[in-house]
Design a protein around this ligand. Structure first.
Ligand SMILES: CC(C)(COP(=O)(O)OP(=O)(O)OC[C@H]1O[C@@H](n2cnc3c(N)ncnc32)[C@H](O)[C@@H]1O)[C@@H](O)C(=O)NCCC(=O)NCCS
Ligand SMILES: Nc1ncnc2c1ncn2[C@@H]1O[C@H](COP(=O)(O)OP(=O)(O)OP(=O)(O)O)[C@@H](O)[C@H]1O
Length: 292
């Protein structure tokens, strides 16, 4: 019982920590960071941190109800109800500002999956299990029109729901490989994380960008982000110059890569989870040996 509580509690702490680390990563184009509020007039770094902390009880609850289970319709509905309460807590903490709706969705599913698979070190498996859970229908879905729904229909993109249902391919195939590759090339941690965000932005059909800036903003964002990667990343002089251009561009069209920011936070969560689960397994083996 003690082990169960400490593992699920830890998942919630790791998720909040990932959100805070994403918010604090500076600079980030169009997003709230320690030096700028990007394209967001109603947010600040303090608000982002307050918001992240307000979601911890929801993550803890999601982890608790998911522990040792497998994806099912019942669990999908339980997690959705907790997620919706998490959104209410977030809006209460921020005075009605949407700081982390997309993040609650992505991280909530991944926290649930990590709890379903205690000690699992295959991040692929964790992301795909989260995808299976997200694929059960949301039978309590409200008819409320969201920005995401509006642009998904208009531009025919998958958005946050599709990304999750496919098992988070942008995290598995782009973000985690870029993060690890940047680190192994000796690039500083902050720049490695920034390269990861840029890689996500070069490919994601981010409904946040679409709804504020339209199709041309998304195309230009992807082009500039791809150019940074082709130039060797943000650590190069020319890559950094294009990063500045990308930031100015996003601010000019009031657009923000909120979906990529959510997936960066989710990537940082999985990266820490991997380290945690490796030592969790080791502790578990040690404990079994002592018992024997
Ligand atoms: C699926 C969600 C995100 C609603 O999505 P919708 O498309 O209606 O868009 P909405 O504009 O409300 O929010 C979308 C947010 O997702 C992020 N996002 C945008 N594009 C993408 C993308 N391509 N991939 C991932 N995330 C994205 C952004 O942060 C954006 O703000 C979610 O809020 C939801 O359905 N919640 C119900 C509660 C639930 O089921 N929770 C379960 C797990 S917590
Ligand atoms: N550092 C960050 N800065 C800004 N947004 C972030 C950050 N990290 C994550 N996000 C995500 O971006 C989303 C907010 O984007 P946005 O303000 O465009 O949403 P909206 O409420 O749909 O739009 P609008 O404010 O135009 O009505 C949040 O759901 C959140 O998950």
């Amino acid at each position: 019982m003690e082990k169960l509580l400490s593992y699920t509690e830890k998942l919630a702490i790791l998720a909040v920590q990932a959100l805070i680390e994403e918010a604090e990563l500076t600079p980030k184009p169009g997003l709230v960071d320690k030096e700028s509020t990007g394209s967001h007039q109603d947010m600040s770094i303090e608000l982002m941190i307050q918001s992240a902390r307000s979601i911890e009880p929801a993550f803890r609850e999601m982890a608790k109800v998911s522990y040792g289970k497998v994806p099912s319709q019942d669990l999908r509905e339980e997690i959705a109800a907790i997620g919706r309460q998490g959104e209410i807590d977030m809006f209460q903490a921020t005075g009605g500002v949407n700081t982390h709706k997309g993040a609650i969705w992505a991280l909530g599913l991944l926290v649930s999956s990590a709890a379903m698979n205690p000690g699992e070190t295959s991040l692929d498996h964790i992301a795909k299990t989260a995808g299976k859970l997200a694929s059960f229908p949301d039978r309590n879905l409200t008819q409320q029109i969201t920005n995401g729904k509006r642009v998904k229909e208009k531009y025919g993109v998958n958005g946050a729901l599709g990304e999750a249902q496919q098992g988070f391919p942008h995290i598995r195939k782009i973000a985690l490989p870029v993060l690890n590759n940047s680190r192994s090339r000796g690039i500083k941690e902050d720049l490695s994380r920034l390269n990861t965000l840029i890689a996500l932005m070069s490919s994601l059909d981010d409904t946040c960008i679409l709804h504020r800036g339209g199709a041309q903003s998304l195309t230009t964002t992807k082009e500039l982000a791809s150019e940074i990667l082709l130039l060797g990343g943000v650590g190069t002089k020319t890559g950094w110059k294009i990063l500045e251009e990308l930031s100015q561009f996003l601010i000019k069209c009031h657009a923000s890569p909120g979906g990529s920011a959510d997936l960066l936070a989710a990537t940082l969560f999985l990266d820490e989870l991997y380290k945690n689960n490796k030592s969790y397994l080791w502790e578990f083996k040690k404990y079994s040996l002592i018992r024997k």
